[in-house]
Design a protein around this ligand. Structure first.
Ligand SMILES: Cc1cc2nc3c(=O)[nH]c(=O)nc-3n(C[C@H](O)[C@H](O)[C@H](O)COP(=O)(O)OP(=O)(O)OC[C@H]3O[C@@H](n4cnc5c(N)ncnc54)[C@H](O)[C@@H]3O)c2cc1C
Length: 331
């Protein structure tokens, strides 16, 4: 019989990891990766569970121009590759590529579940960011992946496989304009369709898109249905001023109407705003003692790479301070 220490034991259907971590970071975008690096440098035993997107949303950004230190900009993929390399150099391993499915924050030792696997830690940082918001119109789910897409960086090259390559981008903010820029090399025509009387995106982004002969902007139109059988053939649009309906022929639709926080797995265990963002205080404490939140997932006035990273650093520091105050024996 082997006398090596067991790394896990069975409890009912569940497999409990015997390792007790000081800090468990959920998420591997700018906020989670920074929290991991700062936690490790503070001498904490850190476990990172990063979901299926190491590097987070930034890996899909066409170009990042406002992150200090990179005059002329840097692609999101390159920026996050550097970030992950620094994490591996510092911490020695990549975040686990699994998604947290539920949590129990009711005791001093927090439990984090990946299906039936249980991970335990004295403190947790939630850094799960945000995901694309949906239009919630008929046809969107049925045609998802068959002409309806949510990520231009991932799916724009599919346009090259189509005989006709007219793309529509739905939305009027930065997300929509970044998406449209990423589509230009692959599409014949790119039309940004927005409900407002003018787009809300940064003027520099709008101007850059307008420099392309392939691009146009259609204002005061709301998508009411995405139409097609095997693929997308057209959109049903309603004029937001006259209320009249019209159809608009397209071969692909990219939805770029913003982001919503990734908090479903919390299942009411933390206090959220009405729109679902985690409420924190200035030190990033949440409503549960020993649980902190960082980055886009929390209620904050600015959601950027720089602010997400700053949150990650502060959350790790607050967690380290909290752990120093704990009595030795867990209750
Ligand atoms: C189109 C677009 C363009 C942008 N351009 C810029 C820009 O130019 N400059 C700028 O500063 N900011 C930009 N932003 C904002 C920036 O991307 C975000 O502020 C930043 O990515 C937030 O980082 P985060 O770590 O909080 O979250 P995210 O980057 O969203 O990372 C979340 C992480 O959590 C993980 N995760 C999710 N669910 C789970 C789970 N259940 N279990 C485990 N892990 C999970 C994911 O895998 C991912 O690793 C842009 C955003 C968009 C949408």
């Amino acid at each position: 019989m082997s006398c090596s220490r067991r790394s896990s034991f069975e409890m009912g259907k569940r497999t409990v990891n015997t390792e007790l971590y000081d800090l468990l970071v959920i998420g591997a975008g700018p906020s989670g990766l920074t929290a991991g690096i700062y936690g490790h440098r503070a001498g904490l035993k850190v476990l990172m569970i990063g979901g299926y997107a190491p590097g987070g949303q930034v890996t899909h950004h066409y170009n990042v121009e406002n992150y200090p230190g990179f005059p002329g900009g840097i692609t999101g993929a390159e920026l996050m590759t550097r970030w992950l390399k620094q994490l591996i150099d510092e911490v020695g391993e990549m975040p686990r590529p699994s998604s947290v499915t539920s949590v129990d924050f009711s005791n001093r030792i927090k439990e984090v579940y990946v299906n039936d696997d249980v991970f335990r830690a004295k403190a947790v940082i939630v850094a799960t960011g945000s995901k694309p918001r949906r239009l919630e119109v008929p046809g969107e789910s049925r045609l998802e992946g068959k002409g309806v897409f949510f990520c231009a960086t991932c799916d724009a090259p599919l346009l090259r496989t189509m005989s006709s390559r007219r793309a529509a981008v739905i939305g009027g903010g930065d997300t929509a304009f970044h998406t449209a820029m990423a589509l230009l090399p692959h599409a014949e025509l790119v039309t940004v369709i927005t409900r407002g009387s003018e787009p809300r995106a940064k003027p520099a982004l709008i101007q850059r898109l307008q420099q392309s002969q392939k691009a146009s902007i259609l204002v005061q139109r709301s998508v009411t249905e995405i139409i097609g059988e095997q693929g997308v053939t057209c959109l049903s649009l309603q004029n937001t001023e006259t209320k009249n309906f019209e159809t608009f022929g397209v071969d692909a639709v990219f939805v770029g109407v913003g982001q919503s926080p990734v908090t479903e797995f919390l299942d009411g265990k933390l206090e959220l705003t009405a729109s679902g963002f985690i409420i924190t205080d200035a030190r990033l404490n949440t409503s549960a003692l020993g649980v902190f939140a960082a980055g886009d997932v929390r209620d904050t006035p600015l959601r950027q790479i720089l602010t997400a990273a700053a949150d990650g650093a502060l959350a790790a520091q607050t967690a380290a301070d909290y752990l120093r105050m704990l009595p030795d024996k867990p209750q």
